[in-house]
Design a protein around this ligand. Structure first.
Ligand code: PMP
Length: 447
């Protein structure tokens, strides 16, 4: 505003606001447009995406829809079980015919079928723990079970970038919460030292219980947890380890057994193993695995077990069948091939993106690859440029990330072919040039 406009603000303001309203509405629609785009097919390597398109008169903001077949880099379908599978799908259909889509009852009432019992046994054996309990939702597994494990007088030490379901569970528990710097064992030790002395027996400390909560692969960073160091610190300070393997179980490790298998950590050193079935297993729900006493306790106290309808039987059957394929119990070596494929695909894609000049977060072997956009205004631009070339990507901004750390989160699947990945790289490179997100470090100065 110059002085004239400021002095005449009364006359100017309505025009200004009308203009702003128009642009804010357009911006709102552009941002909205990137999220919740309906999908009209299974979340396979290619998906049908329903796009909202403007009509020819841009000013009215009227939208129609158009369906495009897009290469899918947005789903957590790490092993390709999220679509038709020659072993799993017929068994799921069989189970649907026999048990129907819902159990219509909680586990303690009439919601436990033979498949649920088999699932808990199968999961415990797969993750390497004596027992397991399953929940109808991955999110609720964290948010409902953490408050059963710990309460007032307890201490939760949580990684600063833990998933919101963990944050929710921790807050709901009433325990004291301390946060340590993301994936930094030395800072975890510093936080623990502030609370207790090394080697102090559990009975002589100001906390009834201390639980350290970490994730196997961090979903917004693609980083693999520094688990061996974290486990040894927890042993030193006698704190329990709670490991969320939502993104790592089934996706990494020689037989898909997650971060413990990849990094050679003994599962007996992890007190509470949590994971979800929504990613590598192409189903829904979550689990907690641990000692028999722990699981028995949870079965008697967890509201999500006592009062919520159990996981649907066909979904439970899908998980059992997927684990059987992973372990080769279906009589083929498709499981091993899928695991080798996701590793190859992830490492190839990450290396190519880096060569192109993108800033990519995360570690090798991780199928989660965030490409940094930083500026939130680049969210709709990057997303739309990709969609224009039939590439579906997930973009993430505040509040899931800090405001100025917006990113596109690529998820690689074993069902992507090498041609798919090359096409995706070409589109991303073009979108990166158009949105100016490629990053080239300055060449070292000549002496
Ligand atoms: N934990 C982590 C680390 C997650 O990333 C997610 C969701 N992606 C969940 C828990 C919740 O799982 P679900 O989507 O299966 O409810």
């Amino acid at each position: 505003f110059d002085w004239w406009r400021t002095n005449n603000l009364q006359g100017y303001a309505p025009i200004c606001l009308a203009h702003e309203d128009f642009y804010i509405r357009r911006l709102y629609h552009r941002i909205q447009d990137c999220f919740g785009r309906p999908i009209s097919s299974a979340p396979d390597a290619w998906v049908d995406v329903v796009e909202r398109v403007s009509n020819d008169n841009n000013k009215t903001l009227k939208r129609t829809t158009k369906t495009s077949r897009c290469l899918n880099l947005g789903s957590y379908n790490y092993l390709g079980f999220g679509s038709f599978d020659e072993y799993c799908t017929p068994r799921v259909i069989e189970s649907l015919k026999k048990f129907s889509a819902s159990t219509c009852s909680s586990r303690v009432d009439a919601g436990t079928t033979s498949v649920h019992a088999e699932l808990e046994e199968c999961v415990a054996k797969y993750v390497g723990q004596p027992a397991a309990i399953v929940c109808g939702m991955g999110y609720a597994t964290n948010s409902a079970i953490i408050p059963v494990l710990i309460g007032k007088g307890g201490l939760i030490i949580s990684d600063s970038l833990n998933h919101t379901s963990i944050v929710n569970g921790a807050r709901g528990s009433g325990a004291t919460i301390r946060v340590f710097q993301h994936n930094t064992p030395s800072h975890l030790e510093k936080v623990l030292k502030e609370q207790i002395a090394e080697g102090q027996p559990r009975t002589h400390r100001p906390w009834k219980k201390i639980i350290v909560v970490v994730e196997g692969i961090y979903s917004m960073e693609g980083e693999i947890c520094h688990l061996p160091e974290i486990v040894s610190i927890c042993k030193k300070y006698k704190a329990y380890v709670y490991l969320d393997e939502a993104h790592s179980i089934g996706a990494i490790g020689k037989t898909g057994r997650g971060v413990c298998e990849l990094l050679g950590v003994d599962t007996a050193d992890i007190d509470i193993m949590m994971g979800t079935f929504t990613k590598s297993f192409g189903s829904c729900g979550g689990y907690i695995a641990g000692s028999k006493d722990l699981i028995q306790y949870l079965k008697h106290h967890c509201p999500a077990h006592l009062y919520a309808t159990s996981i649907s039987t066909p979904s439970a059957q899908q998980i059992i069948s997927a684990i059987q394929v992973i372990l080769g119990e279906d009589g083929s070596n498709r499981g091993a091939q899928k695991l080798a494929r996701i590793r190859e695909n992830s490492n190839f894609f990450r290396a190519e993106l880096q060569k192109m000049g993108f800033e990519v977060l995360g570690d090798n072997d991780s199928p989660v690859m965030p490409i940094m956009l930083y500026n939130p205004a680049k969210i709709p631009a990057f997303s739309r440029e990709c969609l224009r070339e039939n590439l579906a990507v997930v973009v993430v901004g505040f509040p899931a990330t800090p405001l100025l750390l917006a990113r596109a989160r690529i998820c690689i699947s074993a069902s992507h072919s090498r041609e798919d990945l090359i096409k995706a790289l070409q589109v991303i490179s073009k979108a990166g040039d158009l949105t100016g997100i490629k990053y080239f470090p300055a060449a070292p100065k000549k002496q």
